[in-house]
Design a protein around this ligand. Sequence first.
Ligand code: 13P
Ligand code: SF4
Length: 301
Amino acid sequence: MEIVDKIKKLKKEKNVVILVHNYQIPEVQDIADFMGDSLGLSRKAAETEADIIIFCGVYFMAETAKILSPEKKVIIPEKDAGCPMADMITAEQLMELKAKHPQAKVLTYVNSPAEVKAESDLCCTSANSVKVVEKAFGKDDQIIFVPDKFLGQYTASQTKRDFIIWQGYCPTHARIMPKDIIKQKETYPEAKVMVHPECRPETIALADEVLSTSGMIKFAKKTAAKEIIVGTEPGMVYPLKKEVPNKEFYPAKEEAVCPNMKKTNLEKVLWALEDLSYEVKIDKEIIQKGQKSIQAMLDLS
Ligand code: 13P
Ligand code: SF4
């Protein structure tokens, strides 16, 4: 409690906004000014009036906040909170791919390094990939999609466009296998199944809904179902339960934990507020180029 009070006091004194992703540990979620998925948090980062953003999530998310609000200080409380999928592509690799397919447009999942976004035409998140493709590209366009092969395959299947897909993936979501969904369905036969599009296609095939993390909360609120199997990082059950207390949520797989998302805790948030570290710093040119591809996404969704 003492830590929470200190956080609240310092936050006010320093005009800080605390943005928190849905997979963070419950104590951190409870001190958030805004919770959300990558898209919702990007929007908040772009419009906040605060002087400083403390980002409780993983590094690419804090980088996106910096690209959208370069005049603000953006702080990540845990500097080693990376995303292994984002690290599966580099700007050099993307440039090589572009050279091989000069006619193709580049669509980049926000789970990627800032330098890769800077080399892209457009970004997307798990909440808007289908919409962004349908609005931004013609039927005959060829699309390079990086880095997530599963989101790429899902988006291609929904939009019927010609995709060239990079073979990255999320090690956490890849753990959720069809057998895990089948087992939970046997235990809870009345339950609806929602999964994240970072899951394998065989897992997605068993879902009633394919949704971003905040999309899951919206769906849970509106569905008539009383029980829902949650095919994503199990930390998601906490915000679901908080927002929709009259329903039951069962993780598809308890072991599908994202270790990087659990590295931030209240103590580290307090230290971040005290020392204003670790500050996210990005080269000016990368910010300018990255801004174009992220802003284009925000304008379309
Ligand atoms: P969302 O944008 O759906 O919250 O997903 C982010 C993420 O990292 C999922 O693994
Ligand atoms: Fe990256 Fe997967 Fe963790 Fe999301 S859950 S931050 S995609 S490793």
